[in-house]
Design a protein around this ligand. Structure first.
Ligand SMILES: NC(=O)c1ccc[n+]([C@@H]2O[C@H](COP(=O)([O-])OP(=O)(O)OC[C@H]3O[C@@H](n4cnc5c(N)ncnc54)[C@H](OP(=O)(O)O)[C@@H]3O)[C@@H](O)[C@H]2O)c1
Length: 334
């Protein structure tokens, strides 16, 4: 094998405020070697996720990432050498490899992947992002044709797919995103019916214009003020799919909760339901078949934002939290 060392990115310490480059360090470690039951993996594409930042704040649906450890992160990786049953050199897997070039992991922690073109779709539409959009919208919020679906972080990896799936299901799709350019892209390129710039200073009023019949389904990626604005415009019997809370990830103490909870939930008979995509993994084959058929039919456009080089991973995550990305951001390592 040509490589002699293993470049890694460590989280130096838990950030107390905003995430910055000073919280990461690039180091060189020994090449790992697999023991019985392990596979040695070469990391190909690392997924950048808003949740990476939430993992630094404490235990979530996974253990916290602590200072001094390799930064955690999911990736597509290629098996270089296998001592794990059912895996051979050249196989592709999805795993929590962390931000590094090579890792040896037990076979039972690896999910074998099909060979798909382009490979990057395994992190976007056929990966966590696509499945989160699919299950979070269809299984949690159950939109019906003719209803109005609003999604926040709408130009991001999950949100851009949620709005398009809402359209496929015959709904009015309204996106909320930062900046006029992103909003125009959602409407002109992705077919959303309307998009609202939450940074423009008129969120409540513009949302009312974009959803004149009120909101039946709100797919919440951000929490905070945007959740509050949507709560006040929900229709009776509306459903809120709680997917994430980006507005609370990258800072010190999160702000107090939105007004309207629980009063509006009671009066409007709303349902707010959280989920973690893994809850639905047993149904993923049907979801992937549906997503693939929509991609093939040209009904679902997949936007990917690929950054080159492991050393650029910290800046790529900081940029994602600041709204630099359109669609699914990932880093090409090899
Ligand atoms: N429940 C699950 O199983 C599950 C699985 C995967 C992801 N998620 C959640 O899905 C959401 C999307 O995450 P992602 O990784 O796909 O990232 P993403 O949407 O591709 O990128 C994050 C976007 O969030 C927006 N944003 C940042 N700060 C914001 C703020 N304070 N208010 C409003 N928008 C803000 C930025 O766009 P703008 O330019 O529009 O600000 C940025 O581009 C996250 O909440 C994540 O936790 C949940």
């Amino acid at each position: 094998m040509a490589a002699t060392g293993n470049r890694q990115i460590l989280l130096v310490e838990t950030p107390k405020g905003k995430l910055g480059p000073e919280h990461f360090k690039l180091t060189q470690a020994q090449m790992p070697s697999p023991t019985d039951g392990d596979a040695l993996l070469r990391v190909r594409y690392i997924s950048l996720d808003a949740a990476n930042r939430a993992w630094m704040q404490g235990a979530t649906y996974r253990e916290a990432v602590v200072g001094g450890s390799v930064m955690a992160g999911g990736a597509i990786a290629e098996v270089v050498e296998s001592k794990a049953p059912g895996l051979a050199a050249g196989d592709l897997v999805f795993a929590d490899t962390g931000w590094q070039e090579f890792v040896a992991l037990p076979g039972k922690r690896l999910t074998k992947l099909p060979k798909v073109e382009p490979l990057t779709h395994l992190l976007s539409v056929y990966g966590i992002a696509g499945l989160t959009a699919y299950f979070g919208l269809l299984n949690i919020a159950e939109p019906k044709a003719g209803e109005t679906v609003v999604v926040s972080a709408a130009a991001g990896s999950v949100g851009s797919l949620v709005g398009q799936i809402a359209k496929i299901k015959g709904c009015r799709a309204v996106g909320i995103a930062g900046g006029r350019q992103k909003c125009d892209w959602l409407v002109k390129d992705l077919g959303f019916d309307a998009a609202v710039d939450y940074k423009g200073g008129n969120l409540f009023k513009e949302l009312k214009e974009a959803a004149p019949k009120g909101i039946d389904v709100y797919f919440d990626n951000v929490g905070g003020d945007i959740l509050e604005a949507c709560l006040f415009q929900m229709n009776t019997g509306g459903r809120i799919s709680c997917c994430g809370a980006i507005s609370a990830y990258d800072g010190a103490a999160p702000p107090a909760g939105p007004r309207g909870v629980p009063g509006l939930i009671v009066v409007k008979r709303l349902t707010m339901k959280g989920f973690i995509v893994m809850d639905f993994f047993r149904e993923r084959e049907k979801a992937i078949a549906d997503l693939a058929s929509w991609v093939a039919a040209g009904k679902l456009k997949v936007e990917e934002d690929v950054i080159d080089g492991l050393e650029n991973t910290p800046a790529a995550l900081i940029g994602l939290l600041a709204g630099e990305n359109r669609g699914k951001r990932m880093v090409k390592v090899a």
